[in-house]
Ligand binder design. Sequence first.
Ligand code: HEM
Length: 433
Amino acid sequence: MGRTNEPPRLPEGSFAAWSRDRLAVARRGADECGDVWQLEPGVYVAAAAGPCEAVLRRAHDFPKAPSPLFPPPKRSSGAPTPEERAHAHAARMRGLRPQEVAARVGEIAPRTARFVDEWPTDQDVEILPPVRHALAEIGVRYLFSEDAPALLPLAAQLFLAREVLVRPSRWAWPRWIPTPARRFRTRQQVAFTDALRPIVRRRRSSGRLGDDMLGQMLRPSSRYGLLPEEAVLDTLPAITVATFETPSRAAGWILLHLARHPEAAGRVAAEAALLPADPAATTGTHLDGLRYTQALVREVLRLYPPSWLLTRRATRETQLAGYTIDAGSTVLVCPYTAQRDPREHAEPDRFRPERWLDDADSPAKPGAFLSFGTGPHGCEGAALAMAMLTLLTAQTARRYDVSEPSGPEPGYQVATFEGLATVGLRLRATLRS
Ligand code: HEM
């Protein structure tokens, strides 16, 4: 039955085109259909800042499906009220607050510096694996301090399990079927949790809870009290992977932009010259001083948001930007098109870090920047991600000129399925003259 206020659709066949080139179809949908459009019956795309923000903020109408990697908070008895859920969530995420991150910049900077030191110069190097390793070391250390070495190899396995699971497959197996990939993931999660449980118990029984993210989780919060052990154990596998999975995708795009925009890289290098020679002496104030570098990171995230498509489901029939959205339908939120909208950003496809230093594109403008999401499920790790990426960018540019391999072929492929990424990215570092 046709309705008058149904969002417009691209012509037939767009779903097949979607499987071939999702970014191109997302752009066509936004250009030809407008702010909200339909990919197929029951699958809507929010393509502009306003509707994207509305979907992410209206979590009652458009809830996020609980991910097997991010199970909802549990309490020992009874179903939690929404308020309890919010307090439990806040209690678990305390260690990621900006002030906590700022206090630990002196631990993060030496590890990003080590990545820079170890980058073999004057040769084309596949750079994402070492970036991922460096960020995983930082992330796992941030969460577990001196307990990190025991957990780092298991974190790498967790990442692998997730990669296998999100790989596109011809069959959409029902959620309850234990496919080999799902069994592998479950085994890795169990292995991680089994290694973590004695650490949690030891810290609790000794009273030495630690000052890291785990230590923060183990302290009672004023609003929630003490988190049950299982709530701590259930959350940490996903948080562990989150500390390096998306950030390493972002780092790929950033390093590529350093290679493609030598002037911008030069400006970053000049700013980075003010960092202390000993990376361990770097503080939150030094980080705040890297204003252009932060703007560059933000600009790359605007153009290439690693989480370029977020999924929600409409719980009931509702309105979005004047259109009727059916109950049970899927709503895809697309920061990628929203952030390339000329109504939000002048010359939206141009890489221009300065825009974040001007007043016009102020980060406070609602909806102008959605790479970290927004609303109740917005990214909890944004401060940590910005700290790691800004330091990595500044230290790289200070030491090297980065370049792409010569030749007609790009040194990477754009992946869109498991996040927007530069798969196989090869880059060359030459000592800056
Ligand atoms: C450049 C790096 C990163 C980007 C672009 C990014 C992006 C995002 C986005 C878009 C969301 C919202 C997902 C949705 O609404 O469906 C999200 C959620 C989240 N991110 Fe990040 N993230 C990054 C780094 C991190 C880091 C370092 C952590 C640290 C642990 C982290 C932890 C989380 C958590 C816990 C959530 C879930 C919040 C919830 O569901 O309530 N992220 N991230």
